[in-house]
Design a protein around this ligand. Structure first.
Ligand code: 9MR
Length: 350
């Protein structure tokens, strides 16, 4: 009796040991995910933009929540002005909270996107007329309320989004046209007051390589620092076309970080301007993802890389650029493209 009882226990233990060792074996054999690779390279995260209405696609949701793939998320739409202050002084954080709560639940970093942008504004603001003093208060109130609501939950905020034209001149929009450049420090100071722990960023596209637009942003950062205005980082969006990467990505990041700020790649995707992609094209896309990630990897104060969604199924590209697309590391059927391995290799490069 005693013996067979002991045998049973021994058998059970053996089974457990075998099961455990096979789990270990499977784990060690499996390849690193994107966030794993970013962390192994001493970056803070690899992340993605997302919309909550995509989450009922279970394949999407499973990949999104996997910590091995994503350690950070950015709401693609719901923290923008149209959704968060639909009427003057009336704030709505319902949709933003869904994203913020998911980030909290899954232990992912959250990027706030965004406080002040010319696009996706509510009608009352887009079509309103305001004096300088009125609009200054509107900007301050919006940034303060928005950032304050998520106080303690956000790693970094895109306080200012896309303030420049491609030639480095200021974008003509309701903010610049009414307040000149004063809306920038107003917004940054309100955000700092609301959440002293959040990194405050200015985020833009077509600043991936050196050039007029990147120079304008560098001059703005210098000017803000000289005047004691809080600025912690520049977001380099990275909406690129396959085969058309600038050659100065790393140098450009180094020039930004030399100003005493960090940088992050905030919206990376590399699209084909003609579809479908050829095998050669996919290899070029892989090389381009690798080049971009490698640049971040080589710059210590480049803190992380975020893609502007991870699957072609939900990419913003085809609706904005008809006939173009296939920009993401996963295709529309959730098959990883060579681009996926390009990202991993970019983080491995030293
Ligand atoms: O992904 C966003 C898309 O769903 C919106 O329709 C679009 C409106 O312009 O904005 C997209 O996100 C943009 C981001 O907020 C700022 N940089 C460019 C992104 C792609 O257009």
């Amino acid at each position: 009796m005693g013996l067979s009882h002991n045998r049973l226990i021994l058998c059970a233990l053996l089974t457990l040991t075998v099961a455990a060792s096979s789990t270990v074996h499977q784990r060690s054999r499996s390849t690193l995910g994107l966030n794993d690779a970013a962390k192994a390279a001493k970056k803070l995260y690899f992340g993605t933009a997302t919309n909550a209405d995509q989450w009922n696609d279970t394949t999407y949701y499973d990949i999104l929540k996997d910590d091995a793939e994503f350690g950070q998320i950015t709401p693609a739409n719901v923290m923008k002005w149209f959704d968060t202050e639909p009427e003057p002084g009336v704030f709505n954080f319902t949709d933003g909270d869904v994203i913020a709560n998911f980030a909290k639940r899954t232990g992912k970093k959250l990027r706030g996107h965004n406080c002040v942008w010319y696009n996706q504004l509510p009608g009352w603001l887009q079509n309103g007329t305001f004096t300088r003093a009125e609009l200054a208060l509107i900007v301050e109130r919006h940034c303060f309320e928005l950032v304050n609501h998520y106080r303690g939950q956000v790693y970094s905020w895109d306080v200012i989004n896309e303030p420049f034209n491609d030639d480095g001149t200021w974008r003509s929009d309701i903010f610049y046209n009414t307040l000149n450049t004063t809306y920038i420090p107003l917004a940054l100071r309100a955000a700092r007051l609301a959440d002293p722990g959040a990194k405050l960023y200015i985020n833009d596209y077509n600043i991936e390589g050196t050039g007029a637009k990147a120079t304008a942003l560098k001059n703005l950062v210098k000017d803000l620092k000289q005047h004691g205005v809080p600025i912690d980082g520049v977001g380099i969006q990275g909406h690129m076309i396959v085969g058309e990467l600038p050659t100065t990505i790393q140098q450009n990041m180094e020039e930004f970080t030399a100003l005493g700020i960090e940088v992050a790649v905030t919206e990376l995707d590399i699209r084909f301007d003609a579809l479908p992609p050829t095998a050669e094209g996919l290899a070029q896309q892989k090389a381009d993802y690798e080049t971009f990630v490698q640049a971040c990897n080589a710059v210590p104060r480049c803190v992380g890389v975020t893609v502007w969604d991870f699957t072609d199924k939900f990419s913003w590209v085809p609706s904005t650029f008809p006939g173009q697309g296939a920009a993401c590391p996963w295709d529309e059927n959730y098959t990883k493209k060579p681009a996926y391995d390009g990202i991993i290799e970019g983080f491995r490069s030293k």
